[in-house]
Design a protein around this ligand. Structure first.
Ligand code: PMP
Length: 360
């Protein structure tokens, strides 16, 4: 059976080359006579895997020496709690609400301190990014929080908010490694890897060293302290070892491709094929204001729920999987992460044209 074009929002498509390499190494990794799944995380072979993964990520993102890279577990959702537990010294933080994931993080932070919603795009179903150039940032805010790319609604911050000197914390789960970033602009960048980087089970946290302290909120479990993981180089306990190994392979794939600059050019071209079609279509319509469109998640509708359902069904039969929009918003969503080939997007657009002709 052939592979389908998988437009899932996550877990999502991974580079075929990486999957093939992992398959070839499944029974005997690099002459060890065992799979990486079966290997002690304290072994020499695994030490090389995790160290190389970290170094390759540092190279790709140009991560300065005063930032730690942590490979953790618990999903991006666990960071919703870990961030306030570790960073809320004044017990105040400002959140910009641009979708469900930002809202969930905001709600979680309320358990630990005063979380303020300083901006929101809820008034228009999160179809835009609010103006964040002059927000009422709290004087004593420990950090300002954003979800940089909104997986469900398909918006992306094209410009980072003016945090008025406060630490910026960003969830980049759905735009991780899709384009270059200036790490120095953030205190914490984190993301679940199951969209652009690897299999579910790994969360990568890139955190400035001065934010890693013993001074966490009372009752913070050991496993939820950044310091424990930083001091032990992500090997305090058994890490998600196989997942990190696959992430490492994706980092090498990206490096070979030319790094994040090259990836960005490809992603822009790929997204343009779909957005250009949507902009002139008589049937399909994008749901996000143009200037805030994500390169990774592209929601669209026909304006008729029955027709949407028909499209998703026929697309599936034609080999285009997971095009149904998020259960909370309906319509369609094509997630076109790094590993989605240009050909997949071109073929999808061809299919959409045909569907349009047949249904208008
Ligand atoms: N943040 C964003 C932007 C997401 O898209 C998701 C999930 N898709 C999450 C957080 C939650 O991730 P997890 O399921 O790994 O907790």
């Amino acid at each position: 059976m052939g592979r389908v074009y998988n437009f899932s929002a996550g877990p999502a498509v991974l580079p075929e080359e990486v999957l093939k390499e992992a398959a070839a190494e499944m029974l005997d990794y690099n002459g060890t006579g065992m799979s990486v799944m079966e290997m002690s995380h304290r072994s020499k072979a695994y030490e090389t895997i995790i160290k190389e993964a970290e170094q390759d990520l540092r190279d790709l993102m140009n991560i300065p020496d005063n930032y730690k890279v942590l490979f953790l577990q618990g999903g991006a959702s666990q960071q919703f709690a870990m961030i306030p537990m570790n960073l809320m010294k004044n017990k105040v933080a400002d959140y910009i609400i641009t979708g469900q994931w930002a809202k969930k993080a905001y709600q979680e932070a309320q358990i630990y301190g005063k979380a303020n919603a300083v901006a929101s795009s809820a008034d228009k179903t999160f179809s835009y990014i609010p103006d964040c150039s002059d927000l009422p940032i709290s004087e004593d805010a420990d950090y300002v929080y954003i979800c940089e790319n909104n997986t469900i609604y398909g918006t992306k911050f094209k410009k980072l908010p003016n945090t008025k000197g406060k630490t910026l914390v960003a969830d980049v789960s759905s735009c991780f490694l899709s384009e270059p970033v200036d790490v120095t602009k953030y205190g914490v960048i984190y993301g679940g890897v199951q969209k652009n980087v690897g299999p579910a089970g790994v969360v990568i946290v890139i955190i400035r060293e001065d934010l890693i302290t013993e001074d966490t909120l009372p009752g913070t479990p050991t496993m939820l302290k950044y310091k424990i993981h930083a001091d032990n180089e992500s090997l305090y306990n058994t890490p998600p070892a196989y997942g990190i190994y696959i992430c490492g392979k994706v980092f090498k794939w990206l490096k070979k491709l030319g790094g994040l600059e090259a990836m960005k050019v490809i992603n822009e071209k790929k997204a343009a094929v779909l957005y250009d079609f949507l902009d002139q279509s008589k049937l399909f319509k994008g749901t996000v204001v143009k200037e805030d469109r994500s390169l990774m998640n592209v929601p669209f509708v026909t304006g008729n729920e029955e027709l949407d359902a028909k499209f998703v069904k026929e697309a599936k039969a034609a080999g285009f999987e997971n095009l149904k929009g998020h259960r909370t918003v309906g319509g369609m969503r094509a997630s076109i992460y790094n590993a989605m080939p240009m050909e997949g997007v071109e073929k999808l657009v061809e299919f959409m044209k045909k569907f349009e002709e047949e249904n208008t």
